[in-house]
Design a binder for this molecule. Structure first.
Ligand code: G3P
Length: 218
């Protein structure tokens, strides 16, 4: 399973990219709105850092506008994946952009039916939002299982990009279910590193070692 980082913040992305754990990145208008500066320059910097697929989202709501914006975003860097919302206009734009050879990530997916329609028009990725489903009392991960099963049977090449991830359980479940990609906020990636037994275990190793060195000298 590939790991993408879900942020538009270069300072958060750089150290993760340097660790070699990132396969790509995703942004959305809410995330980009938090960053100052030129959005195109930020997307370009993210592409340079991650050297993998970077989703940049359109804000137009009509198909022609999405296609225009999508072409413009795709011209920033070959790593750019154009993100469009799942609407009828988004489906139409996906079809046109995909036919031109642009990779499209169809976002705001909340049902397997929506994922299926996006796959039919050549989406490279679908982004089901698990956390937002959990927030309304549904089980977001059930949707991931449904889409993975559906795509597996139908043989679609569209990758399931698990989004709106809130914790490491979402990440591991996504991998076990066979999702191709998970996109995590940096805070969740931080959590993936953590285990209290690793911290206490290391502390004990170092203490034992120091004690032994002291005993040798005495
Ligand atoms: O990038 C889309 C998605 O990951 C947003 O997550 O936390 O705003 O539901 P969230």
């Amino acid at each position: 399973m590939k790991l993408f980082v879900d942020t538009g913040n270069i300072k958060e992305i750089a150290p993760l990219a340097a660790l070699g754990i990132l396969d790509g990145a995703t942004t959305n208008p809410s995330l980009m709105a938090k960053e100052g500066g030129d959005p195109r320059a930020i997307i370009k910097s993210i592409c340079d850092l991650v050297q993998g697929p970077v989703s940049a989202e359109v804000v137009a709501t009509d198909a022609d506008g999405m296609i225009r914006e999508g072409r413009d975003l795709a011209a920033i860097d070959p790593h750019v994946v154009v993100k469009v919302p799942f609407t009828k206009a988004g489906v139409a734009a996906c079809r046109t952009l995909a036919a031109e050879g642009t990779r499209v990530n169809v976002t705001l997916i909340f049902s397997a039916a929506q994922a299926w329609l996006a796959a039919k028009v050549g989406a490279a990725y679908v982004s089901p939002f698990v956390g937002r489903l959990d927030d309304i009392g549904a089980t977001g991960m059930n949707l991931i299982q449904e889409i993975v099963d559906l795509f597996g049977h139908a043989g679609y090449e569209t990758e399931v990009l698990v989004a709106s991830v809130r914790n490491p359980i979402h990440v591991i479940e996504a991998g076990r279910m066979g999702a191709g990609v998970v996109t995590c906020p940096p805070s969740v990636i931080e959590q993936l590193f953590k285990h209290p037994l690793t911290d206490s275990g290391l502390e004990r190793f170092l203490k034992d070692w120091e004690q032994a060195q002291g005993a040798k000298k005495a």
